[in-house]
Design a protein around this ligand. Structure first.
Ligand SMILES: NC(=O)C1=CN([C@@H]2O[C@H](COP(=O)(O)OP(=O)(O)OC[C@H]3O[C@@H](n4cnc5c(N)ncnc54)[C@H](OP(=O)(O)O)[C@@H]3O)[C@@H](O)[C@H]2O)C=CC1
Ligand SMILES: O=C1OC[C@@H](O)[C@H](O)[C@H]1O
Length: 345
């Protein structure tokens, strides 16, 4: 049995996911939906999709009986409406991050998945990567003692993208936090949870500051969070104005663990992925055998989701619905504090 996938949108990440599907077990790309027949056919030609399954509208993709699961990878503000359409059509859903613009939308999407008995995951793909599993093992096995502080960053230089590009455009959900800031936030929530033997933990408090661009999206923003009755702190940074460290570090009572490339360990341009474990008073140990280097991170995600669907599960064990709700609530609060608003609010 394989899961037949359809893709909605033909942009940057649609191509990465389509390429990964070629290598994923239990998964096959069978259809694509675009806003135009021309781009659907262009995409379909690249990935071997027959022309009758290259759809000129998203609606047509959702009506395609050959499709079991849909990967929604349009700009963020369209995720909610499309996820609701997909659930209603009985399709299993992998919705790119952020799944929703705000908590209200996230609740609507999850309710639609429940009502229509379909699988749904918010596409934080790094959660499915063996490197992330290894990090959680290090934490939960107590190899660095009690977790005290989590530091994580994700930034890139998007200054050469035009003001109309989705990352600088408020109407398209632009800005650092929604595009990439969700990764450090979700890692902090993951690690704070692992420290207590839980799949995730929500912060008790969050204090943020940031700078909005002339186009009214966040150029950079930083936040301090506290978890577990102030036993664990987190410092998170994200920005789209400059290339900077994209790393994560967890400091414990008996050592530290540092990931050199936590988000895209499969992309050499983001640096050689290592986990460096330093126990107090000992030499650092570098762990590199946690992953098949070079395998696209989307292969892990596509296989994880396909297997869950084939097993009749509705949620992904690495990113549950409750986790997505905790994530969007924290994002909403973070945005409130820096005055970042979108049409969906
Ligand atoms: N997990 C990950 O590593 C990544 C996730 N993402 C997420 O995926 C989503 C898409 O990002 P990305 O692929 O970079 O975006 P792109 O702009 O490259 O592509 C988005 C696609 O969505 C469709 N679309 C529908 N409405 C619009 C619109 N008004 N303006 C522009 N495009 C529209 C278009 O496809 P068509 O014309 O065929 O309909 C377009 O090609 C985002 O939510 C982002 O957060 C992005 C990059 C990495
Ligand atoms: O999720 C993402 O990760 C990689 C970034 O380049 C991209 O803009 C973002 O959407």
């Amino acid at each position: 049995m394989v899961v037949n996938w359809g893709i909605i949108g033909t942009g940057n990440i649609a191509n990465a996911f389509a390429s990964a599907l070629k290598h994923a077990k239990e998964a096959k790309l069978v259809a694509v939906g675009s806003r135009s027949k021309q781009s659907a056919v262009k995409f379909g030609t690249t990935y071997g999709i027959p022309e009758e399954h290259c759809h000129p509208t998203y609606d047509d993709l959702f009506s395609d009986p050959k499709v079991h699961a849909v990967y929604i990878c349009t700009p963020h503000p369209y995720h909610c409406e499309l996820a609701l359409m997909g659930a209603k059509a009985g399709k299993h859903l992998l919705v790119e991050k952020p799944m929703a613009m705000n908590e209200k939308e996230a609740v609507q999407i999850i309710n639609a998945a429940k009502d229509n008995n379909v699988f749904l995951m918010e596409g934080y793909m790094y959660r499915c990567h063996p490197q992330t599993k290894k990090l959680c093992e290090i934490i939960s096995q107590g190899l660095i003692g009690d977790v005290k502080l989590i530091r994580a960053n994700f930034s890139y230089n998007g200054t050469s993208y035009g003001p109309e590009s989705r990352v600088w455009n408020n109407e398209l959900g632009g800005g650092a936090l929604l595009d990439i800031g969700g990764y450090p936030l979700s890692l902090a929530r993951l690690v704070a949870g692992a420290a207590r033997g839980l799949p995730f933990s929500n912060a008790d408090s969050l204090q943020a500051t940031g700078k909005l661009s002339a186009t009214n999206v966040d150029e950079w923003t930083i936040a301090s969070l506290s978890f577990s009755n102030n036993e664990i702190g987190a410092q998170l940074f994200t920005g789209i104005f400059a290339d900077s460290d994209c790393t994560a570090e967890v400091i414990g009572s008996e050592g530290t663990v540092r990931l050199s490339s936590p988000w895209r360990p499969d992309v050499p341009e983001m640096g050689k992925p290592t986990i460096v474990l330093t126990k107090s008073g000992e030499e650092p140990t570098t762990i590199e055998d946690y992953a098949t280097l070079g395998t696209s991170i989307f292969v892990y995600e596509a296989e994880e989701v396909s297997n869950a669907i084939l097993a009749g599960q509705k949620e992904c064990r690495f990113m549950t619905w409750e986790d997505s709700i905790g994530q969007v609530k924290a994002m909403d609060e973070w945005r409130r504090q820096i005055g970042l608003k979108y049409n969906a609010d």
